[in-house]
Structures are given as structure tokens and as C-alpha cells.
Design a protein around this ligand. Structure first.
Ligand code: PRP
Length: 210
């Protein structure tokens, strides 16, 4: 079964409280998602393969831990994944970026794909997927499948909020994919929303819903 990491950090938790708050306006919501994306990227990349490089400081020489390979591809699940992606790109500025466009039908809760753009480097570098919400798991399962089909040898899934139902489904469908989240909430409601949750991340991010 894939690893589930619930990132534990005072600053991350502080931002999650504001992100969840119904009174947080869209511009601030976007800013928070970016900051949370940066923090979760640090957690998701904690154990990237590393090697040793000789470094000359002004005083002496030392062997230093450095990345063994190029940065992984960052993949945003549209739309809300764009919020997390912005922060991820600050942490991994040399990473190529892919996009998977998925929209969840509000009645069937099934995702349908409307866009797929993947950099060719994904076949060598692997990928980190970003979507703030792991609810039923349908979108995450589909997004991971698309990135695997594009040839990613390994990947991780990063979200801000996860429901236990979505975690179980994603793990069952893709047991090789570690999940990194800022919070594991109580449950899904009858409309497939995470409870306590934060509402609809895409709409709150871009101010599209009344
Ligand atoms: C939301 C969310 C996830 C998905 C989660 O996106 O950002 O992508 O639903 O639900 P699931 O785990 O049940 O599949 P939505 O389809 O509303 O699109 P949007 O990001 O464009 O708002």
C-alpha cells in the first residue's frame, strides 16, 4: 500500500485554518494555496535521490549532499491544482510543468478530461501531481493514470485536503504512488464534498461560483 504522509508543521496548519475559513477572499485563498504548495513540495521532495559533491567554501573543502538528478516534472490538475503549482514552482524552479484538465460532474461525481499536456522529460524525471482536493478519488486516479501513460517511472500525489474515502480509493488503484497531504478530514458528504473541508477549491481560487 502506498505511503500516506500528513505533513505536520505549525506554519502549514496556520495557513490551512485560513484557507478553510469561509470568510477568506479569493485573492488571499490563491496566495495561501501557493504557500501551502511550496511547503508540501518540501515534504514531497524530502527524500529525492541525492549524491555528494565536493564544495569549496571560503575556508575549506567539504563533501555536500546535492540532488542526484534533475528536478521532477510538476503536474497541475486543473483548475485548482494551479494554486498549489505556483508555490511548487518557487521550490523547484527548473522543473518542467504538465497539465491535466479534469472536471468532476456534480451529479455523477465522475471526472471527465478536457486537456492533457505533458513535457517529454516526464519519462526520465518522474512527476509530482498537484490537486488541493482528494475527495472521492476519481480525479486523482484518472490524473495519475494519465501521467503513468505518459511514461512517468515514478510519481507522488500532493493535496491540501484528503477524505478517507479518496485516500482508500487512490491507494487501491495506484498502490505505488505516495500521497502527501496537509490534512486528512473526517468524511465526504452526500454531494461528494470533503467535511469539514473548505468548499470547492477551484471556485474559491478563481471566484467563479455564486
Ligand atoms: C475538484 C478538485 C479535484 C476534484 C476532487 O475539482 O479540485 O480535482 O474535484 O474530487 P474527486 O476526488 O471526487 O474526483 P473540480 O472537478 O471541481 O474542477 P475545478 O478544479 O476546475 O473546480
Amino acid at each position: 500500500m502506498s505511503a500516506l504522509t500528513i505533513a505536520d508543521h505549525a506554519l502549514l496548519s496556520h495557513r490551512m485554518a485560513e484557507l478553510r475559513d469561509v470568510a477568506t477572499p479569493s485573492p488571499r485563498f490563491r496566495r495561501l494555496l501557493a504557500e501551502i504548495g511550496a511547503m508540501l513540495t518540501m515534504e514531497a521532495t524530502r527524500n529525492l535521490p541525492s549524491t555528494t559533491r565536493r564544495v569549496t567554501t571560503p575556508l575549506t573543502e567539504m563533501d555536500h549532499r546535492v540532488l542526484a538528478g534533475p528536478e521532477p516534472v510538476l503536474v497541475a490538475v486543473l483548475r485548482a491544482g494551479l494554486g498549489l503549482l505556483e508555490g511548487a514552482m518557487q521550490v523547484l524552479p527548473d522543473a518542467p510543468v504538465g497539465h491535466v484538465g479534469l472536471a468532476r460532474d456534480e451529479h455523477t461525481l465522475k471526472p471527465s478530461q478536457y486537456l492533457l499536456r505533458m513535457p517529454p522529460e516526464v519519462t526520465l524525471r518522474g512527476a509530482i501531481l498537484y490537486d488541493p482536493m482528494l475527495a472521492t478519488g476519481g480525479s486523482a486516479i484518472a490524473a495519475v493514470a494519465r501521467v503513468k501513460e505518459a511514461g512517468a517511472p515514478h510519481l507522488r500525489f500532493v493535496c491540501a485536503l484528503a477524505a478517507p474515502e479518496g485516500v482508500a480509493k487512490l491507494r487501491a488503484a495506484h498502490p505505488d504512488v505516495p500521497i502527501i497531504t496537509a490534512a486528512l478530514d473526517e468524511r465526504l458528504n452526500e454531494r461528494g464534498f470533503i467535511v469539514p473541508g473548505l468548499g470547492d477549491a477551484g471556485d474559491r481560487c478563481f471566484g467563479t461560483e455564486g
